[in-house]
Ligand binder design. Structure first.
Ligand SMILES: [Zn+2]
Length: 245
């Protein structure tokens, strides 16, 4: 069992950062979002990835991590804030990768593990935990509308105004709050009735709805726009991006 808080039984820290060329190779090979950018966008994305890795410690617990993992975590951070050039994740210092799913006691062995990612609060403030397997799957061709890293970073954005409530007040104009909540509740009913292709985990609460819908927005923007044009439009306003032109 791993107890976070007092003592971190972490592996020896590897502070070696990938070289600039290594970033590019990894981004080109693994990050579809990056592949679709024009040259100017690619250069800006590379810079943001580098800046994120300079200020965030990424460590493995029970697993050896690679530059590909680091660049994937950084991409999960950069994608949701790519519309806000000066955004900094002030509420994050460490990202801890577990080999696979874990449970609420941060155990990654044994039964009853179903957590893919988590953003810490209280004594865990500033920590993000991610399943390495889920991280890698999110950036693979077979991930569909799901991406655990993006999901957790959207929670951080939502949390940045003091409330993890599905309303990222720092990113959306006040007048859109009520329509957005109505849209969320309407879609939750459709999900519950089996009439929506949005991952049913979204009905957990408004914060999970935002995180799940955002995964869909960044992973499959064309499909989201087609199946849920209003949600697409609202997320496009929130993130200041139009991933599907
Ligand atoms: Zn969540």
């Amino acid at each position: 069992m791993i107890i976070l808080g007092g003592y971190f039984p972490l592996r020896k820290r590897n502070r070696n950062k990938p070289s600039e060329d290594a970033y590019k190779v990894i981004l080109n090979e693994h990050i579809e979002y990056y592949q679709k950018l024009d040259d100017g966008g690619k250069a800006r994305f590379e810079k943001l990835v580098k800046e994120f890795l300079n200020v965030t410690h990424i460590e493995g617990v029970g697993t050896e991590i690679t530059d590909v993992d680091r660049v994937m975590v950084a991409s999960g951070a950069v994608i949701p804030i790519f519309g806000f050039p000066s955004w900094k994740y002030r509420n994050l210092t460490n990202v801890i990768l577990y080999p696979d799913t874990f449970n609420h006691e941060y155990q990654f062995e044994g039964g009853d593990r179903n957590i893919l990612g988590m953003v810490g609060s209280g004594y865990m403030n500033g920590q993000m935990l991610l399943s390495r397997a889920a991280l890698v799957k999110g950036f693979s061709k077979s991930s569909g509308a799901e991406n655990t890293a993006i999901h957790e970073f959207v929670h951080l954005l939502d949390m940045s105004d003091g409330a993890t409530d599905g309303i990222p007040q720092n990113l959306m104009k006040h007048e859109y709050t009520i329509p957005w909540l109505k849209m969320i509740h309407h879609e939750m009913q459709r999900i519950e009735a089996g009439h929506s292709d949005i991952n049913p985990y979204a009905v957990t609460n408004e914060a999970e709805f935002l995180a799940v819908a955002s995964e869909y927005f960044f992973q499959k923007p064309g499909e989201l726009k087609q199946h849920h044009p209003e949600i697409y439009e609202q997320l496009s306003r929130i993130f200041g991006q139009t991933p599907e032109k």
